[in-house]
Design a protein around this ligand. Structure first.
Ligand code: PLP
Length: 411
């Protein structure tokens, strides 16, 4: 009888070790336990202070604000205090703040109110609005209720304000809906100027401020907007709560019919803990706004520099890399596509780094925002979005991971 003993050939053994090390480097086995969240434009982590403000309204103060007994009165007062807090921070009056389920409902309410209560038959918008605006407008257009016009933009996504003025000249009874900042590329639009143009032409103006509320100061006493939309989960508040600001004298048309909550402007039992959380989150945001902005802008700058140094061939979409023309919380970067790089989002996810895409490569259908500015959708687009909970170490680690992948591909 012969016994065969297989002895590992030494060069094969080293090749195997090498393969394992490459595998460890690229697939979900990390030398650190870092879990990195860089998708803060999608949603943000709830602030602990906000959570603590909310819990009494989940556990003890559970009454229905429409009830006439003490349980109802306690929460009714809390809602009105929250409304006052928000109005004070924004230089608005409390009756101009109506709570909604979030940004989508606020956008829908602004647009539908303009059409149903203010006889608007023409809406002017941009091709890069959030779908909460675009899909609502497209539905109205397909229904024959409005004519829809788009403001011309350049390849960075800058709006042609003269074109807006010309569109308004011929259609004075219009609604203009322009977002304050774009959620994919971060471009900031000059809503003060747009408000002035609308005022001079007698048009209604709605701005989706979902990405800037809590990150920039809004003074609604000077902004010529009739409506703005906000959502708490974008500034460390809870999900499922937001508000529409509707300027005094402008009528809202109810999307939901039922009870007489929110002064008959939005039916349904109020999301009390959400409202408390929303007001607390905005209070904290305004309390810390300057330090927060400086800190997060530094993280973004670090990401820009590191990507340029370590990847080299990186493009930034729109005004994303221009500090005073973009959200300090968002950076949209396009990296080269290489067959071996595959889906960058999956690669980062496997390495416990959460980011968003927005390009054809990641979702199978090109982002309407990148298409609108004519960006090169054949590259890999990553949206990094930052918050006060991120660190410089996380930025460095993320770029190292990306750079290691591109180096390995090139080798
Ligand atoms: N508008 C913009 C610009 C957004 O970024 C979002 C959310 O991603 C929305 C509207 C919708 O807000 P919500 O998730 O609260 O419905």
């Amino acid at each position: 009888m012969t016994i065969e003993i297989q002895i590992f050939h030494l060069p094969d053994f080293f090749a195997l070790l090498n393969l394992i090390s490459i595998y460890r480097q690229f697939v979900n086995i990390k030398s650190t336990n870092m879990s990195i969240y860089l998708d803060n434009a999608a949603t943000t982590q709830l602030d602990r202070e906000v959570f603590e403000a909310m819990t009494p309204y989940l556990l003890q103060n559970f009454g229905n604000p429409s009830s006439h007994h003490v349980h109802g009165r306690v929460v009714k007062n809390a809602i009105e205090n929250a409304r006052e807090t928000i109005a004070d921070l924004l230089n608005a009056s409390p009756n101009e703040i109506v709570f909604t389920s979030g940004g989508t409902e606020a956008d829908n309410t602004a647009i539908l109110s303009s059409v149903r209560s203010h006889q608007i038959k023409h809406v002017i918008t941009t091709p890069f609005e959030h779908h909460a605006v675009l899909h609502t407008l497209e539905a109205l257009k397909n229904n024959g209720e409005i004519k829809l016009s788009f403001i011309n933009i350049d390849s960075r996504g800058n709006l042609d304000i003269n074109h807006l003025d010309n569109l308004l000249k011929n259609n004075t009874r219009s609604l203009v809906s322009v977002m304050h900042a774009n959620n994919e590329i971060g471009n900031l639009n000059n809503i003060e100027l747009i408000g002035e143009v609308c005022k001079s032409r007698g048009a209604l103006f709605h701005s989706d401020t979902v990405q800037t509320m809590g990150h920039y100061r809004h003074d609604l006493s000077t902004l010529n907007a009739h409506f703005i939309a906000a959502s708490a989960h974008k500034f460390h508040g809870p999900k499922g709560i937001g508000f529409i600001y509707c300027r005094d004298g402008i009528q809202l048309s109810q999307l939901l019919h039922g009870g007489s909550q929110e002064r008959k402007q939005r039916a349904g039992t109020e999301n009390i803990h959400g409202i408390i959380g929303l007001a607390k989150a905005l209070e904290i945001a305004y309390r810390d706004i300057d330090g927060h902005r400086a800190y997060v802008q530094k993280l973004k700058n670090r990401m820009i520099t590191k990507l340029q140094e370590q990847i080299g061939d990186v493009q930034f979409n729109g005004n994303s890399a221009i500090a005073d023309k973009s959200l300090y919380t968002v950076l949209s970067a396009s990296l080269p596509v290489n067959h071996a790089s595959g889906d960058l989002l999956t690669y980062l996810d496997q390495n416990d780094i959460s980011v968003s895409g927005g390009s054809a490569c990641s979702t199978g259908s090109a982002s309407h925002v990148l298409q609108a500015i004519g960006a090169d959708t054949f590259r890999n687009t990553i949206r990094f979005s930052f918050s006060k909970f991120n660190t410089a170490e996380e930025i460095d680690y993320t770029v190292e991971k990306l750079s290691a992948l591109y180096k390995a591909i090139a080798a």
